[in-house]
Design a protein around this ligand. Structure first.
Ligand SMILES: *Cc1c(COP(=O)(O)O)cnc(C)c1O
Ligand SMILES: [Zn+2]
Length: 385
């Protein structure tokens, strides 16, 4: 049922067996990406049939890594709504602005998608114990899916991570370790423990299957638009899993012959207090330098140095996209406007995409007839405390 062929390093092109659990590239430390037999699927899989399967991310099983259906752990993730924003679109002089609302996922964020696939595949390959460094939401999702799979999770979080995330991790029976500093510090501690205790590290892009779950956002989007791509996708970027995942999704759909050749322009939005992707785009560098003293209330975007830096920049550049920094105050106003004018209580990360769109409309980078899709990555309910 899964057409998984193997794993490839997008930098040095080394190939790796998918029948064993892999981490990152043992040759050059780049993230690894999964490859599927799309040539075989192109003849066998009918895109319309997928709509008749039970709702959720596992509808796309052929293009996901888990072979044995008994290991497809689910809490109902995926198939989130694609909402119109009629009032806000009109105010901006835009025709179509859509918002994919990931806040209705289990554990309240799109992190559920990535952890559903990563935990499922690792469990299928025999892993019993997981470790993750997290700004908050990924830890909550890992804790939930580990519980669902009957496995153990250890979560490393900055000590100032939101209370609600700490409570979610504890509630799911996972071990919570609070760490001074930011997610990079949590990452160091998690890596040490993973090494000495033989726990499997599901850090962003340090294993190949979280991005596979995230790519299903791209599948759903294209299916909802009648197998067409929008002109612009605006994404709040932390580690870049969603961005890279959707770009991968569109590549696979093109290989299947289900969509034509054009790509949407991808836009990364980051807060001014932590904007390493924006800075690298401005400087034209191939790598992303760590951001000093990262600070923002949008915790999911407080990632000083994304591990998949080259892939993120490649997606933005190859798609003709860009990166935009927004002020905390602009994020706050965008969150209020989405809630008051459209009835959608978004997380701050999601609200940042509206703030970013407003800038791009003002500068003329986006025009009124272009179809724009914003991603609300989480529920505003997680931010009310
Ligand atoms: C993790 C997170 C992000 C950043 O996601 P990436 O795909 O890793 O860039 C954005 N928003 C929320 C709510 C998050 O939890
Ligand atoms: Zn490599």
């Amino acid at each position: 049922m899964s057409a998984l062929l193997g794993l490839i390093c997008p930098q040095c092109r080394n190939r790796f067996e998918a029948s064993q659990l892999q981490r990152d590239c043992s040759n050059c430390a780049s993230p690894l990406l999964a490859r599927y037999d799309t040539a075989m699927l192109a003849n066998r899989l009918d895109r319309k049939a997928l709509a008749n399967r039970p709702a959720g991310l596992w509808r796309w099983a052929e293009l996901l890594p888990v072979g044995n259906p008994a290991f497809r752990f689910s809490l109902g993730e995926g198939d989130t709504p694609l909402l119109t924003l009629p009032r806000l679109a009109e105010e901006m002089g835009m025709g179509t602005v859509l918002l994919k609302d990931e806040g209705v996922n289990p554990t309240g964020t799109f992190k559920a998608r990535g952890l559903a696939t990563a935990v499922s595949r690792a469990a299928e390959l025999g892993i019993r114990e997981f470790v993750i460094p997290t700004a908050g939401n990924a830890g909550a999702a890992l804790a939930a899916y580990a519980a669902r799979a009957g496995l153990k999770a250890h979560v490393f979080m900055p000590e100032d991570a939101p209370q609600v995330n700490q409570a979610e991790v504890r509630a799911a029976g996972a071990d919570l370790h609070l760490v001074p500093g930011l997610i990079d510090q949590a990452g160091k501690q998690a890596a040490e423990q993973a090494h000495s205790k033989d726990w499997f590290d599901v850090s962003t892009f340090k294993e190949p299957y979280r991005v596979e779950g995230k790519k299903t956002m791209g599948f759903e989007l294209v299916e909802a638009l009648g197998w067409e791509l929008p002109e612009v996708i605006i994404y709040p970027t932390g580690g870049g899993t969603g961005l890279v995942g959707m770009w991968k999704a569109f590549t696979e759909l093109r290989e299947l012959g289900w969509i034509n050749q054009t790509r949407p322009r991808f836009v990364s939005v980051q807060p001014v207090g932590c904007a390493p992707v924006v800075r690298a785009m401005e400087l034209g560098t191939e790598r992303i330098a760590p951001w000093e003293h990262a600070t923002t209330r949008a915790h999911g975007l407080r990632v000083p140095k994304p591990y998949a830096d080259r892939l993120i920049l490649q997606v933005l550049r190859e798609s003709g996209g860009t990166a935009v920094a927004v002020e905390e105050q602009e994020i706050q106003s965008a969150q209020e406007d989405l809630a008051q004018r459209e009835g959608i209580l978004t997380c701050l990360e999601g609200a940042a995409t509206l703030a970013g769109l407003r800038k791009l409309v003002r500068s003329g980078w986006v025009t009124g007839e272009e179809r724009v899709v914003l991603f609300n990555t989480g529920s505003g309910l997680k931010y009310l405390s």
